[in-house]
Design a binder for this molecule. Structure first.
Ligand code: TYD
Ligand code: MG
Length: 459
């Protein structure tokens, strides 16, 4: 293949420059030029999108037969759950997470089960040698595994191998190590990651192989490389969780073939990752007696309710008090403190406020608001919430407590686990309170923040 000429494109204004400059000559923005391959140098017959144009025919929507995607279960129930049922032919999955969290482990386990189920698999490793992968496989108890391994980082060689082997499922571990010699920038640079991912995605769509790309995460928690990677692929999964705890969560951030925000829960064991089929209660720290600053909530992201303990610590701060949150939205914390002050008259102005979702789980849904607020006031007053207590509900700027979606399911799950007292939004109060599902549960419905605090004081 003729070497394509590279140039630099501004990621802000789209203007181009033949060489790299610190400042875009068109819009004067700093540090926005990114290396790119000049498409005009590619002969039309070697069009980079040739593989796609073959299938481009105009049709009336009603005439197109709607076929459901054939899914191949990976044999790991929790992984299948986040994938929306299994691997999809021609689908591209991006899986991101901190180093050492278990990406390579999980994918090697999944490939082995798929291979045993009769699929053709390929594991491309750019980070470790074949020997290291073999060592991990032994450790995982995958002796005699028939998974094919290729230790390679050159894009052309990887594409050629995919073409020759025609696997059903291929894992590229990781996309940051793959490089194309069309570009002069180093592997892992924005331009390389984008270019290589685009080629691999095209190969997947053209040949029907399902490709899983492993991606590294930066300190800030975003995938290293451009966001555009997330747009290119069909499914984006993120590993969450605390590397110090043995639990790992895999969350679907985007899924063209299934529900988003679905969560798979795994435990890291001596023999790799094992699915946790009933994860309801793993995000609760086991206090013998209730302690101040702790409130349990029921979160429902995806299809499965889970109980998570929210912890807060309010302590006298300096002239610039700190607000810190782990696993919860920081801006939302500032908003909740303002609501607490204005509508309930509880001030934390000169106090440091720390909040934390136990177990490294990240909660993005606003239904956590009420529990965060109650944990904060509990810590501020030094008074624990009662035993068996939980709360959920969104809080608005006007001090109102808004219903959480699918409140009944949340209540049922907590009742099932033996929780007995709840403060929830009035609109979430079940009509059939007498039902067996809510047996042993006392529910206090509230409409406003000040009312919720009042109720808690009186319990
Ligand atoms: P790994 O899959 O290499 O992480 P990533 O590819 O995301 O960087 O994760 C390896 C970690 O998991 C490592 O810290 C050791 C641990 N581990 C186990 O606890 N049990 C096992 O069976 C294996 C293979 C790894
Ligand atoms: Mg790895």
């Amino acid at each position: 293949m003729a070497k394509e000429k590279s140039h630099y494109v501004c990621s802000d204004c789209g203007g181009s420059s033949p060489k790299w400059l610190g400042k875009c000559p068109h819009c004067n923005a700093w540090n926005t030029l990114v290396e790119s391959v000049a498409e005009s140098t590619v002969a039309p017959t070697k069009n980079r999108f040739a593989a796609l144009s073959k299938t481009a025919q105009v049709a009336v929507l009603a005439d197109i037969e709607a076929v459901d995607f054939a899914r191949t279960p990976t044999g790991h129930e929790e992984l299948d759950r986040v994938l929306g049922g299994g691997m999809v032919e021609g689908g591209v999955v991006l899986i991101g997470g901190d180093p050492g969290i278990g990406k390579s482990t999980l994918l090697l386990q999944a490939l082995d089960s798929l291979q045993r189920a009769g699929q053709k698999t390929l594991y491309v490793t750019g980070e470790e040698s074949g020997a290291q992968v073999a060592l991990r496989a032994r450790r995982l108890g995958l002796d005699g595994s028939q998974v094919k391994v290729l230790a390679e980082i050159g894009l052309d060689k990887i594409l050629a191998t995919l073409d020759a082997l025609q696997p059903d499922i291929a894992v590229i571990d990781s996309i940051q190590t793959v490089y194309s010699d069309q570009l002069s920038s180093a592997p892992g640079s924005v331009a390389q990651v984008r270019e290589c991912a685009a080629h691999l995605t095209r190969a997947a769509k053209a040949s029907g192989v399902c490709i899983v790309l492993v991606g590294h995460v930066t300190k800030e928690g975003a995938l290293a490389g451009p966001r555009v990677l997330e747009h290119m692929v069909d499914t984006v999964l993120y590993f969450e969780g605390d590397t110090h705890s043995s639990f790992r969560l895999v969350r679907a951030i985007k899924n063209r073939f299934g529900a988003v925000n679905e969560i798979g829960v795994f435990a890291m064991t001596e023999r790799g990752l094992k699915g946790v089929s009933n994860p309801s209660a793993i995000f609760l720290s086991q206090h013998a007696e209730p302690v101040p600053g702790s409130c349990v909530m029921v979160t429902l992201e995806g299809t499965r309710p889970m109980l998570v303990e929210i912890q807060a610590l309010v302590d006298s701060g300096g002239p610039a008090p700190r607000r810190l949150s782990v696993g919860l939205d920081k801006d939302r914390l500032a908003m909740l403190l303002a609501v607490l002050h204005r509508h309930a008259g509880v001030a934390c102005l000169d106090q440091d406020v720390f909040v934390n979702a136990v177990g490294g789980v990240r909660i993005s849904e606003p239904a956590a608001d009420l529990a965060v607020l109650l944990a904060i006031t509990s810590s501020l007053r030094g008074k624990p919430l009662p035993k068996g207590f939980f709360a959920f509900g969104e809080i608005g700027l006007a001090g109102e407590v808004r219903p959480a979606p699918r409140g009944q399911e949340r209540l049922k799950e907590a009742a099932k686990l033996g929780f007995s007292v709840a403060v929830v939004p009035k609109a979430n109060l079940p009509r059939n309170l007498k039902s067996k599902d809510f047996e042993g549960l006392t529910i206090h419905p509230v409409e406003r923040v000040e009312q919720a605090l009042e109720v808690v004081r009186g319990i």
